[in-house]
Design a protein around this ligand. Structure first.
Ligand code: T1G
Length: 694
């Protein structure tokens, strides 16, 4: 079933029915053409409504079709048929009319929508652009500036806002179908009101409008290809007759569709939906009910974690060891909320409501009824042991006990309790109330429903939950070690910190690796190196950072680290002091400094990361390579238009080339850190990709 036609007296309804989101598959497109033919031929039908069954109007073209050859009829063909239809047509919108779904609605004469519906053209998030007339019709309906903003952001627009803009003709509360049929009946006999017939004049825009839009977009959407093509398409809507504008849109659409960015962004679309699918998790496993949460530790992480639950309307108890720590923590939370309110994104009432959901306490007894308890205390097993032994005594039966540890063993921590099946890791990323990634670390004995509950909680607090196995650093931080090690070695071998960081930022990272160390604090790495077993890391790579820490240069928080910083500023300023420390350290290790290319910087940093990623995959720490990509997009700002580190290695570099370069670096720097992962060697030998890894 993809669509059916039914008559309601003199108004016909063309029903689309393709669960779960009425994606416009080939079968839907055929059904639409058939329905239009039937409605055209039936003289008793004087007007037509296009409506969708299920939870939403058409949510767009069927993205699963993008990877194969185009299937006819195309959506533009369907929309041409809609344009040629001789009777008034009304779109009845509910749920999310996105992409091609909204383009179908734009090709109707009128659009009626439930007040809680949304419309939008999110194609830019898939590296493409609206390819079924959206770039030509939306500007005609809502104006060029509003249309550009909608298509370049790709964000949903509420039905009331869309009505304000002129894209929706009537908001409906109650029975949408009834209202749409009645609306259509009123239009019987009136001429078609085709959006394509609205004229756009270039004179209505300020001189240089599109070039200014290009410059602005180049800054806001750095490195991205399709936003610029959207501007080209809208410019065509203003300067060309409709038919030529449509042709221009088609050409630009196919230019985007074949780009590496489109393939990467479409990979991300499916990857971020795959992470919630846990292999081997029985389908009947139900998450436990989480009605109240407790956080242990009101520091930066604990406070940020508590905010996530308050934001979701979930009461949260916040435990600290003393009143001063509690007051400080609550003060930071309030300051964060007030900063958001100052930007107009929260009302003062909402701030008070959220603060009201956070109950401070100094006593573990207050945690006795919590369904989920997350500790965010010092990163030492000694402290974790005390906390979990206490929780084992205090927490109610069936409570889930989670650690926010970023690298300590979940199995060791679970062993401090008599209920290891209720223990797992919930690793938030700083700032915890902002970063979307949540690494859910399954212990050897974590119960399936506990895992399912953590994934459900992630969704409720708007995080992207990725399940990781238990190892030092789990997925993200374990791979980050290779990235950080190589970044630190490159400055010993001859690159300046700014050269390394600029190459990484040009690639698309939000900041360079050394600037990232300065932001996190060099003392974290310093402490970790002191705690680690000798031989488990490359001492040389930490030598400069250790010296900087001993000089009191801890990073941004001391206005000096690998870089200098002006007070209150985050702009990294190259430091002569650091340059000298680097040179001295290189001499100390007998390293002859040399020129390094941008290519070597990128390969050394990212292939070290990917090689470890292959081990993370081979050991089953990550279920899929695409899960690793999601960890890096949402936890470390890896550019989505490159798909993630594993996608980049497989599709931009190619696994054979990646292996060849890793082998070369093993020859140059020794096998200790550059031995190729056996998984990578097997995949290359078998001519396979990561999807066939396990
Ligand atoms: N095509 C195919 N499958 C889709 C799909 C789509 N457009 N949208 C969602 N799915 C699948 C999804 O993979 C998941 O599958 C299931 O539906 C539920 O999705 C010509 C070319 C509509 C807001 O970009 O934003 O139109 O994992 O988990 O959280 O110009 O889905 O269950 O197997 O996301 O309730 C433009 C993309 C396409 C909209 C619902 N449209 N979708 O969110 O459910 S390009 C989009 C969404 C286009 C035209 C161009 C969301 C949603 P599975 P879900 P949800």
């Amino acid at each position: 079933m993809s669509g059916r036609f039914e008559a309601h007296g003199d108004v016909g309804i063309l029903w689309i029915d393709n669960p779960p989101v009425n994606a416009i598959s080939q079968a839907v497109r055929v059904a639409m053409l058939d329905g239009l033919k039937q409605a055209e031929a039936d003289s008793a039908i004087k007007a037509l409504v296009i409506a969708c069954a299920g939870r939403t109007f058409m949510a767009g073209a069927d993205i699963t079709e993008f990877s194969g050859p185009p299937k006819l009829p195309s959506l533009p063909e369907v929309i041409d048929a809609l344009d040629a239809f001789s009777k008034p047509v009304v779109a009845a919108i509910h749920g999310t009319a996105f992409g091609g779904g909204f383009e179908v609605a734009l090709a109707c004469d009128y659009r009626v929508a439930l007040a809680n519906a949304q419309v939008g053209l999110p194609e830019v998030k898939l590296g493409i652009l609206p390819g079924a007339g959206g770039t030509q019709r939306l500007p005609r309906l809502v104006g060029v500036e509003a249309a550009l903003q909608a298509m370049i952001s790709g964000e949903p627009i509420s039905a009331p806002a869309a009505q304000e803009m002129g894209a929706i003709d009537k908001l409906v509360v109650g029975d949408l179908t009834e209202a749409a049929v009645a609306f259509a009946r009123e239009k019987i006999g009136s001429p078609r009101r085709r959006v394509r017939d609205i004229t756009l004049s270039p004179n209505s825009l300020p001189a240089g409008f599109f070039d200014a839009a290009r410059q602005r977009t180049a800054k806001e959407k750095r490195n991205l290809f399709s936003p610029q093509r959207i501007i080209d398409a809208v410019e065509a809507a203003v300067t060309l007759p409709f038919a030529q504008g449509i042709q221009r849109e088609q050409d630009l659409f196919f230019e985007c569709a074949k780009s590496s960015q489109a393939k990467a962004l479409q990979h991300v679309f499916f990857a971020e939906r795959q992470v919630a699918k846990i292999p081997g998790l029985p389908a009947d496993v139900k998450p436990r009910a989480i009605k109240s949460v407790a956080i242990i530790g009101a520091g930066t992480m604990g406070g940020g974690i508590a905010m996530n639950f308050a934001n979701a309307g979930i009461p949260v108890t916040l435990l600290e060891v003393n009143q001063e720590g509690l007051d400080r923590g609550l003060g930071v939370i309030r300051k964060n909320y007030e900063a958001t309110a100052a930007k107009g994104r929260l009302t003062s009432e909402q701030v008070e409501t959220r603060m009201g959901l956070i109950k401070p306490t100094l006593s573990y007894d207050a945690l006795a009824d919590a369904d989920l308890i997350i500790e965010a205390v010092f990163e030492t097993l000694e402290v974790k042991k005390k906390v979990f032994e206490t929780l084992d005594r205090v927490a109610k039966k069936g409570a889930i006990l989670a650690s926010n540890t970023s690298y300590l063993s979940i199995d060791t921590i679970a062993g401090y309790t008599s209920r290891p099946e209720d223990v797992l890791g919930m690793h938030f990323f700083s700032p915890a109330n902002v970063m979307k990634l949540l690494e859910i670390v399954r212990g050897a004995r974590t119960a399936p429903d506990v895992l399912a509950t953590a994934l459900d909680v992630a969704k409720r607090i708007k995080k992207v939950g990725v399940v990781a196995g238990n190892c030092h650093g789990f997925i993200g931080n374990r791979m980050l070690e290779g990235y950080g090690r190589e970044g630190s070695l490159l400055i010993l071998e001859g690159a300046t910190p700014q050269q390394v960081d600029q190459a990484l930022v040009k690639f698309g990272m939000p900041m360079g690796v050394l600037q990232m160390f300065d932001l996190a604090g060099l003392d974290i790495g310093y402490k970790s190196r002191k705690d680690r077993e000798p031989g488990t890391f490359d001492v040389k790579s930490g030598a400069v950072a250790d010296k900087l820490v001993e000089m009191g240069r801890l990073g941004q928080k001391t206005k000096a680290g690998f870089y200098d910083y002006e007070a209150g500023q985050r702009t990294p300023i190259p430091s002569d002091v650091v340059a000298k420390v680097i040179e001295e350290t290189a001499a100390q290790y007998g390293i002859k400094r040399r020129e390094l290319s941008e290519q070597e910087i990128l390969e050394r940093c990212f292939l070290a990361m990917v090689n470890i990623g292959c081990e993370v995959l081979r050991e089953g720490i990550a279920y899929r390579a695409s899960d690793i990509d999601i960890v890096y997009l949402y936890g470390y700002g890896f550019p989505a238009h490159r798909g993630g580190p594993m996608f980049w290695a497989e599709h931009e570099l190619g696994l054979p080339k990646a292996l060849e370069r890793i082998r070369e670096y093993a020859r140059q720097h020794g096998p200790r850190w550059w031995t190729p992962s056996p998984l990578l060697e097997r995949l290359v030998a078998e001519g396979k990709g990561f999807a066939q890894a396990i």
